[in-house]
Structure formats: C-alpha cells, structure tokens
Design a protein around this ligand. Structure first.
Ligand code: PEP
Length: 253
C-alpha cells in the first residue's frame, strides 16, 4: 500500500516563534485527533529545521523536510545547504524542483536530477515537484510536458532509487492562486504519470510510488481530491500555515 502523505510547504514564512507555535499545535492536534494513518511532513525554512525536529520528538508519523538542497555534496558554495548537512540534523525529506525554484532560480531538469541524486545518497526522501504552466495546459500539451520533466530528471535512477522518491504534481496555474485542479484533472494526470513510471520501471514499482497533488488544496476541497485512486496525498502551501487547516486536510482522508 502506498504511503498517504500530507506535506506542508511553509515557503519563506514564519518567524522563529511562529514556527514553534505552529509545529507544537500540529503535533498536539495530530495526537489528540488520532492521525496516525497519515504521514505528515513539515517543510519550514532552513533555520527552523532543528527546532521543528526537536518539537516533533518521537511522534512516529510526523517528519521534517527542507524546501531545497544543493546539487553539491560539500565545499566552497557560500549560502548553499547540502543534503548530507540536512541529514546530519535529522531532516527526513527535501522538496526538489518546486515551480518557484524552477522559475525564480532558473533550476533546470538537469540540475534537479543532480539534487535528487544528492538527496538519495544522503538518505533523504526527495519530494520531486513537477507541473505545467497555464499556457501549456491551455495548449493541451500538459501531459507530455510533465512526463518529460520526470524523464529528464528521474529516469536515470535505478528502480530501487526511484522507489524512494515521492512525486508532487503541482499545476503551476493552481499554486497560490486559489484555482484548484478539479479532482478529475488531478486523477487524470496522476494516472498518466504513474503509467509513465510503469513504462520505465514496471507496474509494481510505479504502484509503490506516492504521487501528491499540490495547488490551492484546502479543507474544503481536500476530501474530493484525496478520494481519487492515484492521488496519494497533498503538498500544501498557504493552508499549511494554519494548524487547524493543515490537520483538517490530513483528516479528509
Ligand atoms: C505549493 O507551493 O507547493 C502549493 C501547493 O501552494 P498553495 O497550496 O498555496 O497553492
């Protein structure tokens, strides 16, 4: 059975105190409301990681993730944070290839392939993001476009390696816009991506990979999206900054 994952991407939000409060509330609510069946991942900005990890403590279904890592292992790369450094702080997951990194920091498929390899080598679980722009969706070429992102960044991995990757399908036109893909649009793409993975790695491997949906997921639309057979969770931006909303999304399963 595939893991059900609800991951929160805090982006560049939350002061030290706000981050502690949010984390403590999420940990408490997840305990009180018996959310053991869902894996929760909190992805704060780098400086929060250590404290968030401490606050999560021994809670077995809550993990901490970074929002990015370097494509280099170590060395003179001022301002960068490597996958091994993250792993040494007890970080479990790392988001790679978010559309904001692709757009604002010009991260290419090739660079992202290297980051995924770095993450895996350090024992982190990459949450690899892919998705199409509005232009591409309107031109009707979204399926080949997103499949190509997987081919180009992931298909050099072995079957064993790709089995450790989580994929997040995030249509760019739905991120932070309030526009959500319909549950049918999400399912159609998730199914197509899984078939694409199967064409390279076989059905058993493809069926084991969690594919999350991201793009304006909130408590009011989560249940419908998460009810689809190929939607294995969500990557949540805005709604992950409010403990009640984040937990309610996880409870929609
Ligand atoms: C995201 O940034 O990954 C995201 C899905 O954001 P939002 O939920 O705010 O659309």
């Amino acid at each position: 059975m595939r893991k059900k994952i609800i991951a929160g991407n805090w982006k560049m939000n939350m002061t030290y105190e706000e981050g502690q409060k949010l984390t403590s509330e999420i940990v408490q609510m997840a305990k009180d409301e018996n959310l053991d069946g869902v894996t929760l991942v909190l992805n704060p900005p780098f400086p929060h990681l250590y404290v968030v990890k401490k606050l999560i403590g021994g809670t077995s279904n809550i993990f901490v993730g970074a929002q990015n890592c370097s494509d280099k292992e170590s060395g003179a790369y001022t301002g960068e944070v490597s996958a091994p450094i993250l792993a040494s702080f007890g970080v479990d997951y790392v988001i790679i290839g978010h559309s904001e990194r692709r757009e604002y920091f010009k991260e290419s498929n090739e660079l992202l392939a290297t980051k995924v390899k770095q993450a895996l080598a350090a024992g982190l679980t990459p949450i690899f993001c892919c998705g199409e722009s509005l232009d591409i969706r309107e031109a009707g070429t979204h399926e080949p476009n997103v499949k190509y992102q997987l081919t180009d960044s992931l298909f050099d991995l072995s079957a064993e390696e790709i089995s450790k990757v989580v994929i997040a399908y995030e249509p760019i036109w739905a991120i932070g816009t309030g526009k959500t893909a319909t549950a049918e649009q999400a399912q159609e793409m998730h199914y197509a991506l899984r078939k694409h993975l199967a064409s390279k790695y076989g059905k058993e491997v493809a069926d084991s990979i969690s594919i999350l949906y991201g793009g304006s997921m909130k408590p009011s639309n989560a249940a419908e999206l998460l009810s689809k057979p190929d939607v294995d969770g969500g990557l949540i931006g805005g709604a992950s900054l409010k403990s009640r909303d984040f937990i309610d999304i996880a409870k929609s399963y």
